[in-house]
Write a protein that binds this ligand. Structure first.
Ligand code: FES
Length: 190
């Protein structure tokens, strides 16, 4: 059996190094620097994750988007309401949906372009324009509106709803809104 002889050499040079009082502060400084760097990188990485998770909470729910209706030239010679289908985007939590809504481009009493919601103010049926009678007539309960969307008769509590519109670079744009039904006062609900 071989025997290991005791040696005069120091058994562990690291022991000596750690015992060197002049090196200890430098090590702890480097360790602190590394820890601070790692914490900084971690914080930078966590910010986008937190923003992603909280997006539905932080998103501006009041932000409204504008939908294209058509080129303004198309409506200069308007003599009767024209129905247009517009695309609207809705954000419901994480879900973004795109849908189409009918609107009417009309001339108001001052001869200015206006965009009307096609939703009946009574119970929400889609109101068609009846060319022959020069009226909007709701098929559900016969509410009647003139070519500018003003209430003439029937159970509807108010005229057809006018939507916010603007003309930008020759294009008519509308901000689609949903209104409370069965109330005389126009009230936006979404
Ligand atoms: S829903 Fe239009 S008149 Fe009732």
């Amino acid at each position: 059996m071989p025997h290991t002889l005791p040696s005069d050499e120091p058994q562990n040079s690291v022991t000596h190094a750690t015992q060197d009082p002049s090196r200890a502060p430098r090590r702890s400084f480097l360790g602190g620097l590394l820890a601070a760097g790692a914490a900084g990188v971690g914080a930078l990485m966590i910010v986008p994750v937190v923003r992603f998770v909280l997006h539905p909470v932080l998103a501006k729910t009041t932000e409204k988007s504008w939908s294209d209706v058509g080129k303004v030239d198309e409506f200069h010679t308007l003599t009767a309401p024209v129905q247009k289908l517009i695309q609207i985007e809705q954000l419901d939590g994480w879900r973004r949906t795109v849908s189409q809504k009918p609107v009417y481009v009309v001339k108001d009493s001052a001869g200015q372009l206006a965009v009307l919601s096609a939703v009946c103010t009574h119970l929400g049926c889609t109101v068609p324009w009846i060319e022959k009678q020069n009226r909007f007539i709701c098929p559900c309960h016969q509410a009647i509106f003139d070519p500018a969307g003003r209430l003439i008769g029937g159970p509807a509590p108010r005229s057809m709803d006018v939507l916010p519109m603007k003309v930008e670079q020759g294009v008519v744009k509308v901000q689609y809104q949903f209104f409370r039904q069965l109330t005389a006062k126009k009230e936006v609900i979404a």
